[in-house]
Design a protein around this ligand. Structure first.
Ligand SMILES: N[C@@H](CCC(=O)N[C@@H](CS)C(=O)NCC(=O)O)C(=O)O
Length: 169
């Protein structure tokens, strides 16, 4: 199986990156320098028109969105047991992963990329403060989830899937 991961250091691509490393898979890591705007160049947009990392190339196809990539890697490398196989436990693991992806992560985009929301410096300063209002109680639920036993949440959840999100959602 030929696998390529487009990633950027310090970005959310860390999640599938850790899964690939853990799986022992033979894959090609390809760095995209977000700080240099490489994601907006024609070359990268031909791969992902949404100009984001991560991208996993597998079986000649491009897969984007972390929950989709994690599910693919879980099924491609079942011996790694990244996600639970019991239906309810699997649904709950994906519920939390999806919430991190669709709520926690974009909230923190306000801090790291305020220029996405306004060109004005004073508005950007306000935008940067927004996450502090909404996230106070999030960390407790993240910590509670990651301290659950691997048998209930999947072996991958504790380290490879959840840990990268903790410092960098
Ligand atoms: N929901 C997306 C989030 C991807 C995302 O926000 N990636 C950020 C890095 S953490 C990115 O590539 N940003 C570049 C940009 O927006 O210019 C996913 O699951 O892949």
């Amino acid at each position: 199986m030929s696998l390529k991961l487009y990633f950027s250091p310090g970005a959310c691509s860390f999640v599938p990156h850790v899964l690939l490393e853990t799986s022992g898979a033979d894959y090609e890591p390809l760095m995209v320098k977000l700080h240099k705007g490489e994601q907006y160049g024609d070359e990268y947009k031909a791969i992902n028109p949404r100009s984001q990392v991560p991208v996993l190339q597998a079986e000649g196809q491009v897969i984007t969105q972390i929950p989709a990539i994690c599910q693919y890697l879980d099924m491609a490398f079942p011996q790694a047991q990244f996600l639970p196989t019991v239906p309810l436990a699997r649904a709950k693991a994906l519920e939390t992963l999806s919430w991190m992806n669709n709520t926690v992560h974009p909230t923190f985009t306000h801090i790291f990329m305020p220029q996405k929301y306004s060109d004005q410096a004073e508005v950007q300063a306000q935008v940067r403060l927004l996450p502090y209002r909404s996230t106070a109680n999030w960390w407790e639920s993240c910590k509670a989830w990651s301290s659950k036993p691997p048998s209930t949440v999947g072996r991958g959840w504790q380290a490879p899937i959840s840990a990268p999100w903790m410092p960098m959602p």
